[in-house]
Design a protein around this ligand. Structure first.
Ligand SMILES: [Zn+2]
Length: 242
């Protein structure tokens, strides 16, 4: 009986060495999340070394165990790897996206998350301002996994006029009548938060955020996610260096 194999395309979320020379690779493809084992990939000379690069897009051929439960890497190739270009903001943007995706995306979000992550990688390849792309990705990933905030109207009454405050905890924008006790970050920041949740990552951005505003938005979303999910994004620390 011939060995069963499966050919798949997708994006590496992370690879973790676990025993002997085996690593477990988490992968996000058009059909969703899955993982497979790969031998020896930590070695720079290994033919599968590209699997250690977070967010590289690849084609892989996997062999399937006879019970169909275990997948292991046979061969494959990277189609594209993140291009950091010696640019700190690009490195931070890729790192945030990889970390948020691998820690927050659940089984059922898989196919939609793949489309969003692919669009983010396209935006980075196009050369969009990295922190704007990362902030938009985080905002839209937050909505995708069910923790989105209301940026269309007041989170309490739904009114679209006279929005003056923002509270992630209260569920989003707040109108003047419901803004007591909440932070009023200013009209520009409210506009940027709305922009981030709506901008289509797949096409050229009409504009980008100032560095300070983008960093604030990323930190606000990270805090919101940490409150709701307990997941702390370590890549946030890298923002201080940008
Ligand atoms: Zn209101």
């Amino acid at each position: 009986m011939g060995e069963r194999t499966e050919h798949l395309a997708g994006i590496v979320l992370r690879s973790v060495p676990y025993k002997d020379s085996l690593s477990m690779v988490s992968f996000l493809g058009p059909e969703g999340l899955f993982s497979f084992s790969a031998r020896g990939i930590e070695k720079p000379t290994s033919k599968g070394h590209f699997l250690t690069y977070q967010l590289s897009c690849c084609d892989v051929l996997l062999s399937v165990s006879s019970d169909g439960k275990r997948l292991s890497f046979k061969e494959g190739a990277a189609l594209s790897v993140p291009d950091i270009r010696d640019d700190l903001s690009r490195g931070v943007a890729y790192s945030l996206a990889a970390e948020a995706t691998s820690l927050l995306v659940r089984e059922e979000d898989g196919p939609e998350a793949f489309r969003l992550l692919s669009s983010f990688l396209e935006a980075m390849k196009r050369g969009e301002e990295p922190l704007t792309a990362a902030a938009a990705y985080l905002a839209q990933l937050t909505r995708l996994i069910g923790y989105g905030i209301n940026v269309d109207g007041c989170a309490v009454c739904g009114r679209k006029e006279n929005i003056v405050a923002l509270s992630f905890q209260a569920g989003g924008f707040l109108c003047a009548d419901h803004a007591d006790f909440y932070a009023r970050p200013g009209a520009l920041y409210l506009k940027e938060i709305r922009f981030l949740s709506r901008v289509d990552l797949a096409v050229p951005f009409p504009r980008h955020l100032e560095t300070g505003e983008a960093k604030k938005a990323i930190r606000d979303y990270a805090r919101h996610l940490s409150t709701l999910t307990g997941v702390e994004l370590k890549s946030i620390k890298l923002l201080t260096a940008v």
